[in-house]
Design a protein around this ligand. Sequence first.
Ligand SMILES: NC(=O)c1ccc[n+]([C@@H]2O[C@H](COP(=O)([O-])OP(=O)(O)OC[C@H]3O[C@@H](n4cnc5c(N)ncnc54)[C@H](O)[C@@H]3O)[C@@H](O)[C@H]2O)c1
Length: 258
Amino acid sequence: MHLGLVGYGNIGRSLLDLLDAGELSRLTVLARPGKAPDLPGEVVDTVADLIAAAPDLLVECAGHAAVRETVLPALKAGIDVVLVSIGALSDPELERDLHAAAEQGGARLILPAGAIGGIDLLAAMAPAGGLEVSYTGTKPPQAWQGTPAEDLIDLGALTTAATFFSGSAREVARTFPKNANVAATLALAGAGMDATRVELVADPAATGNRHAYRVQSPLGDYEIRIDNRASNGNAKTSAATIYSVLREIRNRKGPVVI
Ligand SMILES: NC(=O)c1ccc[n+]([C@@H]2O[C@H](COP(=O)([O-])OP(=O)(O)OC[C@H]3O[C@@H](n4cnc5c(N)ncnc54)[C@H](O)[C@@H]3O)[C@@H](O)[C@H]2O)c1
C-alpha cells in the first residue's frame, strides 16, 4: 500500500512505528518544513504534491485547522481519507463540504473510532431511530489545564470530582475544540451533534482519560467505560487512538475485515 499522511506529529510518528517493515510499498507525508527530518519516506510540503503522489489511502493527523485545506482537495481528487481530527466535523459547513468532495471525487471519508469503542453497535442501531446517548469524559484536573475549564472551576483546588460542562456534542466542539473528538465520533455514529449529551469532569482521583457513555435505543441499551492509557509521545492522546488508525489501515489491505 502507498500510504499518505498529513501531519507528522505524535499520532503520525507513533503510527509509522507500529507499521511493520514491508507493510507499506511507499510513504508520502505532507509535513511542515523541518518537521520530518528523520522520516523513512518521501516528504512533500504542498497539498498539490501530496495529491500528485496519489497515495492509495491518506491519513489526516494534523489537527482540526488542517482539515479543510488538505482533506477536502484529497477527497475531490478521489483519494480515500481516514480523518483523525473528527471534532472538525462539528462545523456543519465543513461537514457538508467534505461529504460533497467525497461524492465528487468518488472517494470515501473514513471516520475511525479513535479513543472510543462500541461505535460499531451505536452506528448499527442508529437507523432504527429513538437513540439517547449521553457521554461523560473524565480527566485529572491537570489534563484540563490550558482549556476553558480553567475559567469555569478552580482546577488546582479540587478535592473531589467536579462536572464543569454539560451540553451537546456541538457545544463541546465550540467550547472545547481540542477535546471534541470523542463526543463528535459518538454523535456522528449515533444521535447527531445536537442530541448527543455530554458532560466533562475533572477528577483528582482520575489516573488517566476515562470515556463513559450510555446508549438507550428501541433495539437495546448498553453502557461502556474505557480507561485509556496515554500514548508515549503525548499524555493527551490515548494510545488506543493510534491503534484504531492502524486498524483502519490494516482493514484496507488484509483478506479479512473486522
Ligand atoms: N479521534 C480521536 O479520538 C482523536 C484522539 C486524539 C487526537 N485526535 C486528533 O488528532 C490530531 C493529531 O493529533 P496529534 O497528537 O498527532 O497532534 P500533534 O500536534 O502532535 O501533530 C500534528 C502535526 O501536524 C502538523 N500540521 C499541522 N497542520 C498541518 C498542515 N496543514 N500540513 C502539514 N502538517 C501540519 C503539525 O506541525 C504537527 O507536527 C488532532 O486534531 C487531535 O485532536 C483525535
